[in-house]
Ligand binder design. Structure first.
Ligand code: CAA
Ligand code: NAI
Length: 255
C-alpha cells in the first residue's frame, strides 16, 4: 500500500505515465500529472478523481517544472515520488543514401532535449523538494524513477537519437543516486521493452507484429499496467537504488 504518498508523474496524460498515475491512486496515493498543455492531462485528471491534479508542463522548461512543484506543495503538502515518463520517439537513419540526406541535427537535438535533459531538469529541481521531507525510520526521504528504454542497449536502425537519449538516462542513474544518497533519496531507472501505448502506435502495425513475435515470453506487447506494477515495487523496496531494470519479456531487439 502506498497510502498517503504524493507522486508527480511526467508524461502522465498518456500511456505508461497514465497507468502509473492510476496505480499510485489505486494504492491510496495522490498524484500531480505533469504533461504538455496540448495533452489530455486536464481531462485525464478529471476522470481519475479527487486525489489527482494536472499541471501543464514542458519538462525542458525550468519555470514550468518549478511551478508544478509549487502546485504539488499547494495541493498535497509535499512530494515523495517522481516518475519521469515524458518522452518522444524518433526514427531516422544517420545518413539516408537514397535521398543523400544526413540526419537533421535539430531533430537529434530535440530528442536529447526532451528525453535526457528534460528528465534531468525534473530530477534536479524535484530533489530539492523531496529532500525537505522528514526521513523515515530507514533514513529515506523519497524516490525518483526514470524511464529509459531497451533501445538504450539494443537500438535498431534509425534509433541513433532515441537510443542516445535513453542511454544518457541509464548513464546518469548511478551518479545521481550517489549524489542524492546522503539525503536518503533513491534513483532508479526502468528500461521498458515494447508496451502498447500511443507512442508505439506510430509504428506500422506490421512492424509492431514483427517486434511482438520477437519477444521470447510473453510474446506480446506489455500492458502499461505491468510497467506501473514495477514502479510500485521499486517504491516499496528500499534496497533498489542506482540501477536500471529491464522489463521486456527477455526481448533483445534485432538491427
Ligand atoms: C519505443 C521504445 O522505446 C521501444 C522501441 O525502441 S521499439 C523499436 C522501435 N524501432 C524503431 O522505431 C525502428 C526505427 N527504424 C525505422 O523505422 C526504419 O528503419 C527507418 C524509417 C529509420 C528507415 O527506413 P528506410 O530507410 O525506409 O529503410 P527501408 O528501406 O525500410 O529498409 C532498408 C533495409 O533495412 C532493413 N530495415 C530497416 N529498418 C529495419 C528495422 N527496424 N529492423 C530490421 N530491418 C530494418 C529493411 O529490412 C531493409 O532491408 P533490405 O535492404 O535487405 O530489404
Ligand atoms: N511504449 C513503449 O513501448 C516504450 C516507451 N518508452 C518510454 O516510456 C515513456 C512513456 O512513453 P509512452 O507512454 O509509451 O508514450 P506516450 O506518447 O503515450 O506518452 C508520452 C507522454 O509524454 C508527453 N510529453 C512529450 N514531450 C513532453 C514534454 N516536453 N514535456 C512534458 N510531457 C511531454 C506526451 O504529451 C505524452 O503524454 C517515454 O519516455 C518512452 O520513450 C520506453 C520503452 C518502450
Amino acid at each position: 500500500m502506498l497510502k498517503g504518498l504524493v507522486g508527480l508523474v511526467t508524461g502522465g496524460a498518456s500511456g505508461l505515465g497514465r497507468a502509473t498515475a492510476e496505480q499510485l491512486l489505486k494504492q491510496g496515493g495522490s498524484v500531480l500529472i505533469c504533461d504538455l498543455p496540448t495533452s489530455k492531462g486536464s481531462e485525464v485528471a478529471k476522470e481519475l478523481g479527487k486525489n489527482v491534479a494536472f499541471a501543464p508542463v514542458d519538462v525542458t522548461a525550468e519555470g514550468d517544472v518549478r511551478s508544478a512543484l509549487q502546485t504539488t506543495v499547494d495541493k498535497f503538502g509535499r512530494l515523495d515520488v517522481v516518475v519521469n515518463c515524458a518522452g518522444i520517439a524518433t526514427a531516422t537513419r544517420t545518413y539516408n543514401f537514397k535521398k543523400n540526406q544526413p540526419f537533421d541535427l535539430k531533430s537529434f537535438q530535440k530528442t536529447i532535449e526532451v528525453n535526457l535533459i528534460g528528465t534531468f531538469n525534473v530530477i534536479r529541481l524535484a530533489a530539492g523538494l523531496i529532500g525537505k521531507n522528514t526521513a523515515d525510520a530507514d533514513g529515506q526521504r523519497g524516490v525518483i524513477i526514470n524511464t529509459a528504454s531497451i533501445a538504450a542497449f539494443d537500438g535498431q536502425i534509425g534509433q541513433a537519437a532515441y537510443s542516445a537519449s535513453k542511454a544518457g538516462i541509464v548513464g546518469m542513474t548511478l551518479p545521481i543516486a550517489r549524489d542524492l544518497s546522503k539525503q536518503g533519496i533513491r534513483v532508479v531507472t526502468i528500461a521498458p521493452g515494447l508496451f502498447r501505448t500511443p507512442l508505439m502506435e506510430l509504428l506500422p502495425e506490421t512492424a509492431i507484429r514483427d517486434l511482438e513475435a520477437a519477444v521470447p515470453f510473453p510474446p506480446r506487447l506489455g500492458h502499461p499496467h505491468e510497467f506501473a506494477l514495477l514502479v510500485q515495487s521499486i517504491i516499496q523496496n528500499p534496497m533498489i537504488n542506482g540501477e536500471t531494470i529491464r522489463i521486456d519479456g527477455s526481448l533483445r531487439m534485432q538491427p
